[in-house]
Design a protein around this ligand. Structure first.
Ligand SMILES: C[S@@+](CC[C@H](N)C(=O)[O-])C[C@H]1O[C@@H](n2cnc3c(N)ncnc32)[C@H](O)[C@@H]1O
Length: 248
């Protein structure tokens, strides 16, 4: 699918304006953002299939990404995460919302492809920065740094809302409480979704690429379409860059 543009993106990039993007904006685009969606709805600025990445943005060109209720729809989530990290500036932030696996409405939507839990995004994080319960990060070469993660509680029954929100405040007091809640309580008090804010973890990405080259010379288990070069800060020619380019 060739992207369709409602404005001149190159001109905005050339002017050096702040770029804030709403990935999979649907019909409720966040104000002041560039909206991307595969369906040509009102407010969508770039009509494009996210399965094909964000190739229209150069490396390190985006200040902020918002992506709400979209990753559960996308087949190649790892590819899209890699693309997000590629286009983000070094200090850029991605603000993501995904449904929690205990959200009963999750199952009604036949277009949903995957579940999310407290640990899902930690599969892309080095063990020392993970939660108390560790998960393997060797499935993927994607490396990100989680700055904040919050469980969101809300009910469609308005009277029940204050109670759920109060529980949410307690549960979000500490990551250990979140972990206890998810293990023991989430099916009694379902959670609507997870808000996560992450940024690039350049050092970890470089370490992963160098180790992969040193050990096998083979591509990492999950090769992504946009290339390991995505998370690199350094200009071309460094060993890290060469190593990462090999996995592109
Ligand atoms: C549940 S809606 C969320 C819309 C909006 N972010 C919101 O919070 O209201 C999911 C959106 O993701 C878009 N989407 C799903 N898969 C996509 C893809 N492969 N490429 C582009 N957009 C996609 C859908 O068209 C839809 O607008």
């Amino acid at each position: 699918m060739d992207p369709k543009f409602r404005f001149d993106l190159n001109e905005i990039i050339a002017r050096g304006e702040r770029i804030v993007v709403d990935v999979g904006c649907g019909s409720r685009k966040k104000a002041g953002t560039i909206g991307i969606d595969k369906i040509d709805l009102e407010g969508v600025d770039i009509v494009s299939d996210l399965e094909e990445g964000l190739s229209f943005f150069p490396d390190g060109s985006v200040d902020e990404i918002h992506c709400r209720s979209v990753l559960e729809h996308v087949e190649n989530m790892e590819g899209l995460l890699t693309e997000m990290l590629r286009v983000l500036k070094a200090e850029g932030r991605a603000h993501i919302f995904v449904p929690h696996f205990s959200n009963p409405h999750f199952y009604s939507d036949y277009t949903h492809r995957r579940f999310f839990g407290l640990y899902t995004f930690y599969y892309f994080v080095e063990p020392a920065k993970q939660l108390k319960r560790k998960v393997p990060n060797y499935y993927s070469s994607v490396r990100l740094r989680i700055l904040k993660q919050r469980l969101v509680f809300r009910s469609t029954f308005k009277l029940f809302n204050p109670f759920k929100k109060a529980c949410g405040r307690l549960i979000n007091l500490h990551p250990r409480v979140q972990e206890w809640y998810e293990e023991n309580l989430c099916h009694f008090l379902p959670c609507r979704g997870i808000e996560v804010v992450f940024t690039r973890d350049v050092q970890q990405r470089q370490a992963f690429c160098l180790q992969a080259v040193a050990e096998s010379g083979q591509a990492p288990p999950q090769q992504d379409f946009c290339g390991a070069r995505s998370a690199m800060d350094s200009p071309g020619g460094t060993p890290e860059r060469i190593a990462c380019d090999r996995f592109g």
